[in-house]
Design a protein around this ligand. Sequence first.
Ligand SMILES: *[C@@H]1O[C@H](CO)[C@@H](O)[C@H](O)[C@H]1NC(C)=O
Ligand SMILES: *[C@@H]1O[C@H](CO)[C@@H](O)[C@H](O)[C@H]1NC(C)=O
Ligand SMILES: *[C@@H]1O[C@H](CO)[C@@H](O)[C@H](O)[C@H]1NC(C)=O
Ligand SMILES: *[C@@H]1O[C@H](CO)[C@@H](O)[C@H](O)[C@H]1NC(C)=O
Ligand SMILES: *[C@@H]1O[C@H](CO)[C@@H](O)[C@H](O)[C@H]1NC(C)=O
Length: 386
Amino acid sequence: MFLPLIALWAQTVTAAIHHLLVGTFSTNSIYTLTFDDETYQLTEVANTSTPVGSSWLTLSADKRTLYGTAWDVQPAAFVSYAVEDEGLTLTHQATVLAGGGCTGSAISVLASFDLPHTVYGNLYYRDARCAAVFSVDAGTGALVGGRGIVQNYTYDLPGSAVHGMTWNAVLANIVYSADTGGNAIWTHARDKDTGALRLVGKLVLPVDENGGHCGPRHLAAHRQGYYLYVVCEASSKIMQLWLNMDEFATPNATATGKEWPILRSDDDAADFWADEVLMSASGDVMWASNRAHDSSRQGYVSVFTLSPVDGDVTEHLFLQTTPTSGGFANAIAPSPFDDRVAALTENVTGSVEIWRMADDNKSASVVAHLDLPDGGGCCANVVWYS
Ligand SMILES: *[C@@H]1O[C@H](CO)[C@@H](O)[C@H](O)[C@H]1NC(C)=O
Ligand SMILES: *[C@@H]1O[C@H](CO)[C@@H](O)[C@H](O)[C@H]1NC(C)=O
Ligand SMILES: *[C@@H]1O[C@H](CO)[C@@H](O)[C@H](O)[C@H]1NC(C)=O
Ligand SMILES: *[C@@H]1O[C@H](CO)[C@@H](O)[C@H](O)[C@H]1NC(C)=O
Ligand SMILES: *[C@@H]1O[C@H](CO)[C@@H](O)[C@H](O)[C@H]1NC(C)=O
């Protein structure tokens, strides 16, 4: 009886098995995978049928609830699932309308770390100016629609369409939104009692000498609070913003003028639509990804090191091609256990890969590949459960 206990203890300490949840676009599944960080085995352990496909998934702070966009649903809607058995069991709770009267589709969803555990949803395509703040059931975390919507609000720039949001890493209740269509970053302050957002300001991003826009898609905040990094979908760059130290809000933010292309110098940005920027587990390594419009081309993964003191970029380590264009995805998801490990999704052939940086940090390689061909739905984004 002694040996199994030791084995169990050893497994807990090294935490070699990690769980991942993978969403789909227009097929109705969520896949649960395991990744063994010693053998690099990546395995599908569950295929849960869902009422809708989710182009984006995110977990609640306590990991008991999974929130998603309802990609194909009109009018725009969001969905929630109860999560049990480390993500092996997902139970649909609710599909709720965003309200607000826009014609766009649900595109991004963000959960809160603090009470009240409100959830923030944004739209994309067509008229996408509307956003919703949902309350959740106190017991289950389930989204509550209708009168459970705490707030319907809008973004007011021409073409506003917010594709991603992120919390300030230092101050509670400050959130930034990347408005791709409006070429702007918005700052909102969250009411700590209701979860409703109050507009602090917006920063319209600079347009280059050729009239080129950034088209901010997603953003990542360094843990020290000073820098916000934006992935520019239109110009295929990572743009650096310096946040005012007093309030860390974008009305006072400045584009530092530092930008890093995430394509090769002989590529045309018009052939790409850059996808993702996210911080690693420690917060001092930044992963970014790019995808090509033409499915016969290839996309890119790129990694940067950041100063642990202020979060400035210390080195753009590499730019490496991905096996496919990425389709609608090529979404990179840094792991929560190792700065050097990240998951990559694509929906050209339908797969999830695990990438790992080499020991000298000068490149990365695919250490695991799992095909999930379900007809173009898989794979949208990965959420690391553990
Ligand atoms: C938000 O919109 C929904 C649907 O249109 C509506 O039911 C709800 O009352 C609205 N909530 C607020 C706070 O305006
Ligand atoms: C921040 O911006 C606001 C609005 O533009 C301005 O009133 C305020 O003085 C600025 N604060 C700082 C510290 O620069
Ligand atoms: C490579 O990056 C990792 C993660 O940031 C770091 O711990 C390690 O020291 C780096 N190694 C080298 C050789 O730079
Ligand atoms: C998951 O299950 C659905 C429904 O049975 C099926 O259509 C789909 O092909 C499955 N996905 C994979 C990758 O096997
Ligand atoms: C990837 O997903 C998008 C969005 O649903 C879809 O338009 C596209 O056809 C998919 N890719 C493939 C190769 O099926």
